[in-house]
Design a protein around this ligand. Structure first.
Ligand code: NAD
Length: 303
């Protein structure tokens, strides 16, 4: 069976995803790379192809164009521009929105009917724009949301109390940005409430660390990409393997008509269903704040 993934935007994030797909035994057997700078992508494809003799599974890797999206199961978008000196966040958003309009229209012209996986920031807004520009049902749009933030939270808690991060069941929800929040009331480790291990004040400090993580990395090395690359492999496996895996992706919240990071069941259709975690009053307010911030950003995008 053909399990084709098309990567649009082959910078740090696109290539970290491609490299992680190649290094893990996944369901993907065909990978197509598209970028504005196709000469560089030709080099990337050659470099990746030279891994095949040692890679865990055989993957056809090539440079492509938008017609390649017609039979893709997943189209991942990490294309975007960075902030120019003097440019506001809203101006940057407008430029990235224009790029997405162009990219998503070209993908849809190919006849694509798979799942869009969106990584470009602000990811909740870009996921909503993908939904709008594609006209696909909302379940076919999966933003990376707070998947990476949740992975960071689990890693920090795991190292703090010396358990495997995989055994930490805790979520970061809301905007993938400064208003992201952790759920204290529902977090568990090995079936025990998190409050048995970490008090609420310390948990807030950990939340702050999670929110700061991207800034800390960017200050040191200019960008973050390995974490999101591996997180997207996990999401891709959930889709291609029809796994019904629960991940805190950016999904369409019908009540507010906004894409926001919430736990959701991911399978071959993209989003199978959202999980409504019990939130306490504080967490409910935090979610609403995130929703309001994302809505305002979406509304600021000029047509
Ligand atoms: P980058 O500048 O290294 O790569 C962007 C790529 O997009 C470039 O190769 C560029 O040529 C390409 N591009 C631009 N316009 C294009 C178009 N119209 N068509 C095709 N390709 C186009 O940036 P990066 O570090 O890879 O980051 C990419 C995006 O991912 C950014 O928005 C970044 O903020 C975001 N990101 C998201 C997360 C997350 O958790 N969702 C984590 C890290 C980074």
């Amino acid at each position: 069976m053909k399990n084709k993934v098309v990567i649009i935007g082959c910078g740090n994030v696109g290539m970290a995803y491609a490299y992680a797909l190649l290094n893990q035994r996944t369901f993907v057997n065909e990978m197509v790379l598209i970028d504005l700078d196709m000469k560089r992508v030709e080099g990337e494809v050659m470099d990746l192809q030279h891994c095949l003799a040692f890679a865990p599974s055989k993957i056809d890797i090539k440079c492509g164009d938008y017609t390649d999206c017609s039979d893709a199961k997943v189209v991942m978008i990490a294309a975007g521009v960075n902030q120019s000196p003097g440019e506001t966040r809203i101006d940057l958003l407008a430029r990235n929105a224009a790029i997405f309009k162009d990219i998503v229209s070209k993908v849809m012209e190919s006849g694509f009917n798979g799942v869009f996986l969106v990584a470009t920031n602000p990811v909740d807004v870009m996921s909503q724009l993908t939904y709008k520009y594609s006209g696909l049902p909302s379940n076919q749009i999966v933003g990376t949301g707070t998947t990476l933030d949740t992975a960071r939270l689990r890693q920090i808690i795991g190292s703090r109390i010396n358990v495997n991060p995989k055994d930490v069941s805790a979520y970061v929800m809301g905007e993938h940005g400064d208003s992201a929040f952790v759920t204290y009331s529902s977090a568990t480790i090995g079936g025990e409430k998190i409050s048995d291990f970490i008090n609420e004040e310390d948990y807030s400090t950990i939340c702050h660390q999670v929110r700061k993580a991207a800034y800390e990395i960017i200050e040191r090395k200019g960008a973050t990409y390995y974490g999101i690359g591996v997180a997207m492999v996990f999401i891709t496996n959930a889709i291609l393997g029809d796994e019904n895996t629960i991940l805190t992706v950016s999904v369409h919240d019908q009540n507010n008509d906004v894409f926001v990071g919430l736990p959701a069941v991911i399978n071959k259709d993209g989003v199978k269903q959202k999980i409504y975690v019990n939130l306490n009053d504080k967490e409910t307010r935090q979610l609403q704040t995130s929703i309001d911030i994302i809505k305002e950003a979406v509304e600021s995008v000029k047509e």
